[in-house]
Every structure is written in structure tokens, then in C-alpha cells.
Design a protein around this ligand. Sequence first.
Ligand SMILES: Nc1ncnc2c1ncn2[C@@H]1O[C@H](COP(=O)(O)OP(=O)(O)O)[C@@H](O)[C@H]1O
Ligand SMILES: N[C@@H](CCOP(=O)(O)O)C(=O)O
Length: 317
Amino acid sequence: MSVYTRVEAAEVTAFLRDYAVGELLDLQGIADGIENTNYFVTTRGGAFVLTLFERHAEVELEYFLELMVALADHGLACPRPIMADDGSYLRRLAQRPAALVERLAGKAVTEPSVAQCAAVGEALGRIHRIGRHVHRRRSNERGPAWWRVTADALRGVLQADTMALIDAEIAFQAAFDTQHLPRGVIHADLFRDNVLFEGERLSGVIDFYAACNDILLYDLAICLNDWCVVPDGDFDDARARAFLAAYVSGRPPVAGEAAALPAMLRAAALRFWLSRLYDLHFPRAGEITHVKDPGHFERILRLRIAQPQRTAALWPA
Ligand SMILES: Nc1ncnc2c1ncn2[C@@H]1O[C@H](COP(=O)(O)OP(=O)(O)O)[C@@H](O)[C@H]1O
Ligand SMILES: N[C@@H](CCOP(=O)(O)O)C(=O)O
């Protein structure tokens, strides 16, 4: 579940007095999600999602909200934050920072089609372009420094050969030159559960609460490893081609990006393997029970190491 902080209708009614959204008609806790407390809020003025943020600092939340406003202003299908009467997007409710955003139609897909992968590639290219308008900055809290700390935390609980693979990959990534790769705002967690569809139409990209400034190609690699794979982690060529073609039509790559993709795919696999391993071995008290399979990303990492040329033919000429 993802209602960590309970709020009553009376509290939400009082909270909504500072927004021009009309009277509260309905309040429903949202069961999906991992990190924050989310409620569907229906008022006379529309349908919204109320998020109570459970762990981020206000300065980070200002970054996420600035990004969502910029994306919505530039026409990306994503939840537009609702401005309170005092001009702010971030308020407080039940001793938590809280924001009200537009509720979007659609559902997440578990088996994406070629057309849906193309739509996600197109949306990711747009996020990377529009991200240039965001003035605040945020570093990637799950970047190489976090990989090393997390690997050290896992050292006592993993088998020696598993640990050796993690250490070798961290060393490979440290030696890999990324200076020439374009950087900007990345979503950083654009998995299947963070995109809503109505049929083949992408109706919303959600959950910008891992967004940060990092290598754009790394964001692309995160998506490819999730959206464009068959269950064993190998690429589905048609989906990967469609995703890449749609992405590069919106954000043309610079020299050297295609050659760096195999390493970025490995970095993306390592990052989610580590977070899943950490969540499995060190579950957070009182939090989510649906632990995601770390083995999936171990398989993906091993495959990407074994097949460095695999994406060469998928990247548009
Ligand atoms: N703006 C929105 N419109 C419609 N549904 C949403 C919206 N935001 C969140 N949801 C629903 O709430 C769920 C949890 O949201 P998410 O942001 O992924 O939570 P968390 O940050 O806790 O992981 C999503 O899977 C989706 O079903
Ligand atoms: N999409 C991820 C979960 C989100 O990552 P986290 O580091 O915030 O837990 C996955 O499928 O593992």
C-alpha cells in the first residue's frame, strides 16, 4: 500500500480552501506506488491527485514541481501541479509537504506494444528537450557514489561471486569516459508503471520524484532495459527500434552516443539491481511488501556485458 499518512476528509477540505478547485466530493487512498502517500481527490472543479511527500526535502520537491510545470507548459502529457492561492505549488498537510496535481486518465501497461514503446521514446525525447527550461538542479542520488555505498552495505549478505560481479561493474563504470555525453534533466525511473495509456495513446508520464540532472543517454538506457525487453531481459528488436527511432527524432544524438549505449545499459541495469537487492535485504520498516525481483536486473546486466554489440543494429542509421 502507499498510504503511509492518513488524512481525513475534513483535513483535506480545509487544505483545499487555499486552492480554486471547489468543494471536496470524494477522497480515495491510492494503493499503488512505493514512496509517497497518494490520494485521488475529486472536487466540484475536477479530479486531482494529492501527494504527501514522505522523505524528500522541500528543496528537492521544488525541483520536481518546477519540472512538472515546465513539462505541462510545453505540452507533455503529465500531471500539471495546481497552484495555491498564494502562488505556491508546495503546501503542508498532516506535517508533510503536500502538492495537488492534475489526475490523468489511462492505465499503466504491463505488456507494451511497439506503438506504445514509440510513444514512450517520443515522450522521453521531449522531457530531455523541455528539461533545458528548468533552472533548478538536482544531482542523482542513485549515481556512482550511491552504487559504492550500497555495494558495501550488501557485502556481508551476498555470495562472493555476486559481489565480484557488482565490484567489477562499478570499476568498469568508473573507468568509462562519459565527459562527451550530453547531460540534462532525466526522469530516472521511467518504467512501465510510470506511464499511463488510453489504448495506444500515451495519456500521462507520472512520478517525477527521482528526476535529476544526469546523462541523457543513461535515461534512455533505463527505458530500453524496461520497455523493450522480453522476459529473459534480451531486447525485443521491434520495440527497441521503435523506441530509439522515436527518441532520436526528437533529440538527435551527438557523436559518440551510440557507441556509449552498451555501457549506459550496463549502468542502468546495475543501478536497479542494486536498489532491488538493497530493498530485499534491508526492507524499510512499515513499507511496501511487493519486493521487485533483483535477479531480473542481474540477468540483464550479464546479458549486456556478454553482448556489447546487441544494440548496434537497433540504433537508427
Ligand atoms: N497524476 C496522476 N493521475 C492519475 N493517476 C496517478 C497520478 N499520479 C499517480 N497516480 C496513480 O498513483 C500510483 C502511484 O503513484 P506514484 O507517483 O508512482 O507513487 P510513488 O511515488 O509513491 O511510487 C500510480 O501508479 C498511478 O496509478
Ligand atoms: N522502478 C524501480 C523502482 C524504483 O526505484 P527505487 O530505487 O526508487 O526503489 C524498479 O522497478 O526497481
